[in-house]
Design a protein around this ligand. Structure first.
Ligand code: GLA
Length: 401
C-alpha cells in the first residue's frame, strides 16, 4: 500500500460535526450543541477493571459526535447518521427499543432521569468514525456523549466521574453487559498524548506520558465480531467471583482478585476447579504485570513493556480463553518482527483488534505484510488503524463548515 493510501485511510473520514449540524437544522430547525466523545485503546491490564485492579487506557482520535437540543415537550427524538435510522419515545415511557443502537442512549437517559428527573424532552443526531464491534468502545463513547450532552443542556452540574458511573450503569442494566469501568472512564477522562493509569478500586488515576515520537500505536482489525462475546464476558466475570468466594471462606478480608495471591489460588481454588483457577491466575498476574509495566514506562524501557504485552496475550489466550484464531494469527505474525515492540489482543476479546507498538519507520511496510498474509490465510481483508492519543469527552467548539 502506498503511503498516500494509508494516510487517506486514516484521515479521509466524513466531517461529522458539520454533517450533524446540517442534519439537525433539516430535521428540527435548531442549532445543535455538539459533543465529541472518543473511543479508547488499552495498553495493558485486560479484564482487570471488574476485578478491582488497574488499567492503562487512553482516548483516541476516533470519536462519536452527538448534536443535542432541548424540546418544549417530553418527546425524545433520536437520529443515527450512520444507520440512517430514527427512534422516538417519551421521557415517561423509556424501554428497550428492540433495535440496539437507541439502547445505548436510552439507558443513559433512564439513569439520568431516575436520578435527576428531567422535565423536558430533547432531540439528538449522532454519528462517528469508531468502527463498531472492533473493540474500540464505540458503545461507551456513545454513552459518555449522551451523559455529557444531557448534563450540559439541562445544567445538571454532575461531575465527570459521576457521569462515567451513570454511563457504566446504563451498559450494565439497560444493555445487559456487566462491563467494568474502563471504557467509559477512558472516553471521558482521556488526555492528549497521555495514557491513564486507573486504580479501579479507589478510582484514583494518574496521567502517564506516552512518548510516541519513535513508536506508533497500530491496531489490526480482525473484523471478527463474535456474537457470544457479551455472554462469555459475563461468564468470565462470574468465574472470577467464584474464585473470590472460594478464598473468602478462609480469608474474609479478600474482597476481590486484587487482594488475592497466586498461593491462595493454588491452595483454595485449584483443587475445586481448574478452569476457575486459570481465569483467576491470569487476573492476579495481569494486575502485577500492569504495575511492572508502569515502571518500564517510567524507565523508558519500551522493550520490557512490549514483552509484557506479549505475555498478556498468552494469558488471555491460554488461561482466560477470550482470544480467537484470527487474533492469535495477527499476534503470531508480528511476534518475532524486529520493528514490533509489543502486541496483543485488546479489549473484551473473541474478535476486534490487536494493539501493536511499532517503530514509526516500519509502520507502512508492516501493515502491508500483515494485511496480505492475513488475507491469504483467512480470506478476510484486514483493516489497520494508526491511532493518536486524544482528549476525552467535551463540547466541540471549533469545527469547519
Ligand atoms: C470490555 C469492557 C471493559 C473491560 C474490557 C476488558 O471492553 O467493557 O470494562 O473489562 O472489556 O479489559
Amino acid at each position: 500500500m502506498k503511503k498516500n493510501n494509508i494516510e487517506q485511510m486514516i484521515h479521509d473520514i466524513p466531517n461529522y460535526p458539520t454533517t450533524i449540524r446540517i442534519k439537525f437544522q433539516q430535521l428540527f430547525g435548531q442549532e445543535a450543541l455538539i459533543i465529541r466523545s472518543p473511543g479508547r485503546i488499552n495498553l495493558i491490564g485486560e479484564h482487570t477493571d471488574y476485578n478491582m485492579g488497574f488499567v492503562l487506557p487512553a482516548a483516541i482520535n476516533k470519536s462519536i459526535y452527538l448534536g443535542i437540543h432541548v424540546r418544549k415537550d417530553r418527546i425524545i427524538s433520536l437520529y443515527s447518521l450512520d444507520y440512517q435510522d430514527d427512534y422516538q419515545t417519551n421521557l415517561d415511557s423509556i424501554k428497550r427499543s428492540g433495535k440496539l443502537w437507541p439502547d445505548y442512549l436510552l439507558g443513559v437517559v433512564e439513569q439520568i432521569h431516575k436520578n435527576y428527573s428531567l422535565d423536558h424532552g430533547f432531540n439528538i443526531v449522532f454519528g462517528g468514525d469508531i468502527p463498531p464491534g472492533a473493540g474500540l468502545s464505540s458503545s461507551a463513547a456513545l454513552e459518555c456523549a449522551t451523559a455529557y450532552a444531557l448534563n450540559s443542556i439541562f445544567n445538571l452540574h454532575i461531575e465527570n466521574m459521576a457521569l462515567v458511573r451513570l454511563a457504566q450503569a446504563a451498559e450494565n442494566e439497560f444493555v445487559g453487559v456487566k462491563c467494568g469501568i474502563m471504557d467509559q472512564f477512558a472516553s471521558m477522562f482521556g488526555k492528549k498524548d497521555y495514557l491513564i493509569r486507573l486504580d479501579c478500586r479507589s478510582l484514583e488515576y494518574a496521567y502517564v506520558p506516552f512518548h510516541a515520537d519513535k513508536l506508533k500505536i497500530v491496531l489490526f482489525d480482525t473484523r471478527v465480531k463474535h456474537s457470544l462475546a457479551s455472554s462469555a464476558y459475563n461468564e468470565r466475570r462470574e468465574q472470577c467471583e467464584i474464585g473470590v468466594k472460594l478464598i473468602q471462606d478462609v480469608h474474609p478480608e479478600v474482597l476481590s482478585l486484587r487482594d488475592a495471591s497466586e498461593e491462595m489460588l493454588l491452595k483454595f481454588v485449584k483443587p475445586v476447579s481448574e478452569i476457575v483457577y486459570n481465569r483467576c491466575s491470569f487476573i492476579v498476574a495481569e494486575i502485577q504485570r500492569l504495575l511492572n509495566s508502569c515502571n518500564d514506562l517510567e524507565n523508558n524501557n519500551m522493550q520490557a513493556f512490549g514483552k509484557r504485552m506479549f505475555e498478556t496475550h498468552a494469558g488471555l489466550k491460554d488461561l482466560y480463553e477470550v482470544s480467537c484464531q484470527e487474533l492469535d494469527l495477527l499476534v503470531d505474525l508480528v511476534k518475532n518482527h524486529p520493528d514490533v515492540i509489543g502486541a496483543r489482543m485488546m479489549g473484551g476479546g473473541f474478535g476486534g483488534c490487536t494493539i501493536n507498538l511499532v517503530k514509526t519507520e516500519a509502520v507502512e511496510a508492516l501493515i502491508k505484510k500483515v494485511g496480505d498474509t492475513y488475507h491469504a490465510k483467512t480470506g478476510t481483508e484486514m483493516l489497520a488503524y494508526v491511532v493518536e492519543i486524544e482528549d476525552g469527552t467535551g463540547v466541540l467548539t471549533k469545527f469547519s463548515l
